[in-house]
Design a protein around this ligand. Structure first.
Ligand code: SF4
Length: 114
């Protein structure tokens, strides 16, 4: 049995996930918590939110995020890729700035106009 806190919403329910019983989840107050608990033990993923360097913008860095969750095990590798990325203004909010990061099928998008 593994105990963890659900991070899907600010309520932060305490979950118990039973690995020996089909990853049965207890302590969740909604279906999203059950899905989170199962995934967190079997294939944890995260949406990556960070900034990347941009030239010609009003600021030196542009806020970005992945447009879906990527495997948690690839977060540091993805950060290394984004550290090397250099954007050039103008960039529009929602614009894809990097396609298919690390072959995950997930794109990185800008989260503000620059
Ligand atoms: S189980 Fe549902 S209500 Fe509880 S923290 Fe997760 S998403 Fe929020």
């Amino acid at each position: 049995m593994t105990e963890l806190t659900c991070i899907v919403c600010p309520v932060g329910c305490r979950l118990k996930v039973d690995e020996e019983n089909g990853y049965a989840v207890k302590g969740n107050t909604c279906k999203r918590g059950e899905v989170y608990g199962k995934n967190e033990l079997q294939n944890p993923t995260r949406v990556l939110t960070t900034t990347v360097a941009i030239e010609g913008g009003t600021h030196g860095r542009c806020p970005v995020r992945t447009n879906g969750a990527i495997p948690k095990s690839k977060i540091f590798e993805a950060m290394d890729v984004l550290k090397k990325l250099r954007l050039t203004a103008p960039v529009r909010c929602g614009e894809v700035v990097l396609k298919n990061i690390l072959g995950t099928g997930i794109d990185v998008i800008a989260t503000r106009d620059m």
